[in-house]
Design a protein around this ligand. Structure first.
Ligand code: PEP
Ligand code: MN
Length: 336
């Protein structure tokens, strides 16, 4: 249920309403926007007399919400959420490009890529320390050492770092990381999502290989329900019958999610396509359709990358991609 508060409502009366709602076992979430103030109500509202609330002086209108997701719902929070990633902001008109290797391999590799992508205009550095590989015989990542190298690259370049968590027990290792990624394979690891909800870290939540947008939003709801408002939704391609791409890039998520939710939407054209030559056109399209950020895999030597080399751009290719993204960005759709 959402309660739209009358403009210029009396503060004391609004406080009384919030206290009364709490007394009814409801958790009220106040969202103060530039044009509207809204109270989103979470809990069992079936017993609440809507007409009684409607009749209050401070209340403009009351609406029951049909969707199972509440905190992430645009109706609860009409203004775009802006996530502060230790400086760079994502959402609400602020756009960033996150770039870096699939996996952190060694110090020289990471620093060369970090310097290169920064020079080309990336504002955040990605790199996997814990890698979810399909085969147990593939490179599994450097683990804690990978995180140490990311923090070193941040110290040198100033770029905030994004890296994936796979195991809730590793959370203490992520204390100094700027953005924690939840990979596609962990989108419904609910115990992990609950723990991340108890932090205030920005979370980049990737859509699962075969998950609907409603399921993605419910996973984001797990994080927000725990009290963490800093969630970004990421489309990285879904499993379909098509074989010419690694996954199918569903760009329709951008307008759909922007309508259903206030959370920023990030597009990953690398895992979506699986081929470096497709990454730039898809990055440009994602920018044009109104994505709030891109996350792109870049390697200084893709042919010898320990993971996802085929979809990794060279630094020069990334620089060309950035040029095109910069040109298209002023034309991006801002429809909500
Ligand atoms: C990654 O970002 O390298 C990764 C493994 O992503 P995804 O979870 O989207 O496959
Ligand atoms: Mn990868």
């Amino acid at each position: 249920m959402i309660i739209v508060v009358r403009n210029n409502a009396d503060k004391g009366q609004l406080e009384n309403l919030l206290t009364w709602l709490k007394g009814q076992g409801i958790t009220p979430h106040l969202s103060v926007g530039t044009s509207q103030t809204i109270v989103g109500c979470i809990g069992d509202v079936s017993h609440v007399d809507i007409d009684l609330i409607r009749a209050l002086d401070v209340v403009d209108s009351v609406q029951r919400i049909q969707e199972p997701y509440k905190n992430v719902n645009r109706k609860f929070h009409p203004e775009d959420t802006v996530v502060d990633c230790s400086g760079p902001k994502i959402g609400g008109g602020a756009f960033q490009v996150i770039a870096g290797p699939c996996a952190v391999e060694d110090e020289a590799q990471l620093l060369a890529i970090a310097r290169g992508v920064k020079e080309a205009g990336a504002t955040m550095l990605r790199g996997g320390a814990f890698k979810p590989r399909t085969s147990p015989y593939s490179f599994q990542g450097l683990g804690a050492e990978g995180i140490r190298l990311l923090l070193k690259a941040r110290e040198e370049t100033g770029l905030p770092v994004v890296t994936e968590i796979m195991n809730v027990q590793h959370l203490p290792l992520f204390e100094d990381v700027d953005v924690i990624q939840v990979g596609a394979r962990n989108m419904q690891n609910f115990e992990l999502l609950k723990e991340l909800g108890h932090t205030r870290k920005p979370i980049l939540l990737k859509r699962g290989l075969a998950n609907t947008l409603q399921e993605l939003l419910m996973s984001a709801e797990y994080i927000m329900a725990g009290g963490n408002p800093n969630v970004m939704l990421c489309e990285r391609g879904i499993r379909t019958f098509e074989t010419s791409t690694r996954n199918t890039l569903d760009l329709t998520v951008v307008p759909v999610l922007h309508r259903q939710s206030h959370l920023p939407v990030v597009i990953d054209p690398s895992h979506a396509t699986g081929h470096a030559w497709m990454v730039t056109p898809c990055a440009v399209a994602a920018t044009a359709i109104g994505a709030d950020a891109l996350i792109v895999e870049v390697h200084n030597d893709p042919a010898h990358a320990k993971s996802d080399g085929a979809q990794s751009l060279t630094i020069a290719q990334f620089s060309e991609m950035m040029e095109k993204v910069r040109r298209i960005r002023p034309l991006a759709c801002r429809d909500r």
